[in-house]
Write a protein that binds this ligand. Structure first.
Ligand code: PLP
Length: 505
């Protein structure tokens, strides 16, 4: 049924009473909002269930073109002249999206650092969306400002920083946190060159010929961020890795010595995207200290290990970093986005501070109406810390640590199954929760492994990752489903072997 959303005549507006509200335009908050929202949430949840049942597995069993056509058919005109009303639009498009999604809550969806979000975190995210706090000024986020500050302090402490000295901010993810790390390292170098103290004042303009060092297995965002900051991709030296895919510190030392004429930033990785390798943080920190280099640790993936009593020691030394990237939308079971940037010394973030008449006038700030504008690259910013606060309170460190341990244990189990399987070859023992392996093909291994992965996707049977090691195609399982059982893992490996046999045939 179509609803005429244009009820009322524009000509009458302002002369008499305003026309009745446009259908579907009721706000989610306020006094009447929750009842309305509750009905719509029921509609959405039912449509998720229907679409999930229609999909029937971890992925839509469709070729990309067929899926795109189905989505276009369902959507029809994306901006119709007349709306269909909230219930219909929500139900129709939610069902379509659920049917056409890969579902990280299915144990056979194990390709990427793309976690199944916890129901409690999703419910909390709905709260943030409803109340819509924006962290750029206190008067848009009175309580949420303190929630974020407390969450950042707790995570800083978890990383081993002194919370009273540290500062941080919620970000869109590891890419943005790594950008902040590089940017603040660049600013610290400029500040040092200008001979100003910790208070950042009056340093602007000159470009900085900075050198960036990361391991050859570091995330690609290091290079792209260097380009974005005007340092150029060529400023990044990819330091070779050792046999455990960790930064080779002897090679780092040689590389640093070759470039002593320019300020340096070292990006260590605590949990590489594919193999979960953790660079030797204490040794890297020692070299950073020796060479006066800023140390940023990209723990976007591996930072979750801090939650686990058993695995946290793998990250010993992380607190020696000047800054850290953590991502709770990876090993933290948060809906996207839940990135966190931390700086061990809060003053390092001062270059981001701005005085803006409409957001943080000095007299407001002196009176205590102080927002978080000066922490972020963004202005308007969601209260992503709220879902993290709710999750941390609900599960505690121990509960979250147990989820990490379960994923790690499953990765180790799968690795042993692969190692003893005649049709499969294991690349390396899992460091965290990823397992890299391949099907032992009689034919062209790269072609068979690439094709078997697409076959599983096309049939909607499994979502398996793919990467390259030494230029060869390997498969990857990223185990982030804490509820997945060994039998799920066995079934997934079985699917992979069947698809490999079919492709190799
Ligand atoms: C080690 C590492 N750093 C950074 C990132 C980027 O994180 P995001 O995708 O949240 O921007 C990733 C993503 O997988 C990663 O694995």
């Amino acid at each position: 049924m179509s609803v005429d959303v244009n009820a009322g005549s524009p000509g009458e507006a302002g002369v008499t009473e305003p026309p009745p509200p446009v259908a579907g335009s009721e706000p989610a908050g306020g006094h009447a909002g929750p009842a309305r929202l509750s009905a719509l949430v029921d509609t959405a949840v039912q449509a998720i269930a229907t679409g999930t049942a229609e999909r029937g597995g971890p992925a839509p069993a469709r070729e990309p073109c067929a899926l795109a056509e189905q989505v276009r058919d369902t959507m029809g005109e994306a901006l119709p002249e007349l709306g269909t009303g909230a219930e219909e639009a929500l139900s129709c498009l939610t069902r379509m999206l659920a049917a056409g999604s890969v579902d990280p809550s299915d144990p056979a969806c194990a390709a990427h650092l793309h976690c199944p979000p916890l129901a409690v975190a999703v419910a909390a995210d709905l709260v943030s969306a409803t109340l819509n706090p924006s962290l750029d000024s206190w008067d848009q986020a009175p309580a949420a400002t303190t929630v974020e500050t407390e969450v950042v302090a707790a995570l800083a402490e978890l990383a081993g920083y002194r919370p009273e000295r540290a500062a941080g901010v919620l970000t869109g993810g590891g890419t943005e946190s790594n950008l902040m790390g590089l940017g603040l390292a660049r600013d610290a170098a400029l500040r040092e060159r200008a001979g100003v103290g910790p208070a950042y004042e009056g340093v602007s303009g000159p470009s900085c010929r900075m050198r960036v060092f990361c391991s050859a297995a570091a995330h690609f965002s290091v290079q792209r961020n260097a380009a974005l900051l005007g340092l150029g991709e060529a400023s990044v030296t990819a330091v070779p890795v050792d046999d455990r895919h960790r930064m080779d510190t002897a090679a780092l030392c040689r590389a640093l010595r070759r470039c002593e004429d320019a300020p340096a930033v070292i990006v260590a990785t605590a949990g590489t995207t594919d193999l979960g390798a953790i660079d030797p943080l204490p040794e890297v920190a020692e070299l950073a200290n020796e060479h006066g280099a800023w140390l940023h640790t990209d723990a976007a993936y591996g930072g979750g290990a801090l939650l686990s009593e058993g695995l946290a020691p793998l990250l010993d030394g992380i607190a020696l970093s000047d800054s850290i990237a953590l991502d709770l939308h990876k090993l933290g079971w948060q809906p996207i986005a839940a990135g966190v940037f931390l700086a061990g010394e809060g003053y390092a973030m001062e270059p981001l501070a701005r005085r803006v008449a409409y957001l943080n006038p000095t007299d407001d700030e002196l009176a205590g109406y102080d927002g978080l504008l000066g922490r972020s690259l963004r202005t308007t910013r969601r209260a992503d810390a709220f879902k993290i606060a709710v999750t941390m309170r609900a599960l505690g460190r121990r509960g979250l640590g147990e989820l990490v341990d379960r994923c790690h244990a499953l990765a180790r189990y799968i690795a042993t199954q692969i190692a003893s399987h005649p049709a499969l070859e294991l690349a390396a023992d899992p460091a965290l929760t990823t397992v890299v392996f391949r099907y032992r093909a009689f034919g062209n291994s790269d072609r068979v492994n690439a094709a078997l992965r697409r076959r599983l996707l096309r049939r909607g049977r499994a979502v398996v990752g793919r990467t390259e090691l030494s230029g060869e195609v390997w498969l990857k399982l990223t185990l982030l489903h804490p509820g997945a059982a060994r039998s799920d893992a066995d079934a997934l490996l079985n699917e992979i072997v069947i698809a490999g046999t079919e492709e190799d045939g």
